[in-house]
Write a protein that binds this ligand. Structure first.
Ligand SMILES: Cc1ncc(C[n+]2csc(CCOP(=O)(O)OP(=O)(O)O)c2C)c(N)n1
Ligand SMILES: [Mg+2]
Length: 369
């Protein structure tokens, strides 16, 4: 297998070419990674306390999310697989919208029509997720084809997991993206597992990156626990796509440290030794050591950054937990310009039951028939 791109070794020492970024930008990458770690911790606690329904964490994947999001412009598109909520926050999805979506409350921009932990953000071209594996790949390619035909100066980052490489969407998307030479970057986050299926059981190919060759595009392996390597590979792939050189695939090799979701028990299918081996390669600790070595952070900084982030996150949690639930009328809105008679009647029957059970809010009242 070609050696994976690496700039920082697991001990934080420099083994490649570091980017000429100002110190403040290098520090921002760290804070963004920490924000994702802190959000995950809080969301998991809320789920365990029964206050939100479902969480899929990105703990261990922070370098992939921040590194791949950092070189995108605001007008570029990010098509999410299952775990890119933190990338969206890095690009400007407000924490309040992120957490409102977790509660499916009145501030949820998906109006409660998604499972929680399925984000969207129109202002940064971040389409709503689909849980159906791989479907975002042809959607992203189609949108990238439209961008090319319209002459828009945008790139589409299309994210998916190792498991999604076995989906139809991967094949058709990669194939047509290369045939049409669309401005896209395929970002495969190989986090070792697709629920309980190990990456080694997903393919007999020596790497997911070699699959790119069959479609006629470059493929590259990257150390996904090295935020600078993720950023560098993504920046180069974006530049090529923007310059009209067509799509490429980057494979960010990392590890999902926690369960597939809050409904999963990973101890059933993987060893503690494997988890411990990856814990020693933690992407945040690695980057922290580099920043300390550079004099950009000092020893106590991580703790104070964490404290500030948790204070910010907790304030938003309190605000969103106190927000009103989604108005029940949204159940029948947004499909027809005017809610038709048969839906108004069904809704009225439903609201009379909701009122009896005490679930209706002021304003949820029946439609005039
Ligand atoms: C078409 C389809 N098949 C199966 C599933 C069930 N499923 C949900 S997540 C998942 C594994 C995804 O693994 P991967 O693509 O590696 O992403 P990760 O969860 O590791 O981020 C599966 C099989 C699904 N959601 N959609
Ligand atoms: Mg996976």
């Amino acid at each position: 297998m070609a050696t994976a791109l690496q700039i920082l070794a697991p001990d934080g020492s420099v083994v490649g070419e570091t980017p000429g970024l100002p110190d403040a930008e290098l520090k921002d990458l760290f804070v963004s990674m920490m924000r994702i770690r802190c959000m995950d911790g809080r969301m998991l606690k809320l789920q365990r306390a029964g206050r939100i329904g479902f969480v899929g964490t990105a703990t261990g994947l922070e370098a992939t999310l921040v590194g791949a999001a950092a070189p995108l412009r605001r007008a570029d598109w990010l098509w999410s697989g299952l775990r890119e909520g933190g990338a969206a926050v890095t690009r400007g999805l407000p924490l309040s919208e992120y957490i409102a979506q977790m509660y499916c409350n009145a501030n949820d921009t998906a109006k409660g029509r998604q499972m929680c932990n399925h984000f969207q953000h129109k202002a940064t071209n971040y389409p709503s997720w689909s849980s159906v594996i791989g479907t975002q790949i042809p959607h992203g390619v189609g949108a990238a084809f439209a961008s090319k035909r319209r002459g828009d100066d945008v790139v589409h980052a299309i994210h998916f997991g190792d498991g999604a490489t076995s989906s139809n969407g991967f094949h058709s998307g990669m194939n047509f993206a290369a045939v049409w030479k669309v401005p896209a970057v395929f970002v495969c986050t190989d986090n070792g597992w697709a629920i309980s299926v190990a990456s080694s059981a997903q393919t007999a190919a020596e790497s997911f990156a070699v699959k790119a060759k069959a479609y006629g595009m470059p493929g590259r392996d990257v150390d996904g626990n090295d935020v600078l390597a993720c950023r560098q590979a993504m920046a180069e792939a974006i530049d090529a796509a923007r310059a009209g050189d067509g799509p490429s695939l980057i494979v960010l090799k990392t590890y999902r440290m926690l369960g597939h979701s809050s409904s999963d028990d990973p101890t059933k299918y993987r060893s503690d030794d494997e988890v411990a081996m990856w814990a020693a390669r933690d992407p945040i600790a690695r980057y922290e050591r580099f920043l300390i070595e550079r004099g950009i952070l000092s020893e106590g900084d991580r703790a104070s950054i964490e404290k500030d982030l948790l204070t910010e996150i907790d304030a938003v949690i309190h605000e969103q937990e106190a927000a009103a639930p989604m108005a029940l009328k949204t159940l029948v809105e947004d499909v027809y310009a005017e809610v038709p008679y048969h839906l108004r009647r069904q809704y009225n029957d439903f609201i009379s039951v909701a009122e009896k059970l005490g679930h209706a809010q002021p304003g949820d009242g029946a439609f005039p028939l």
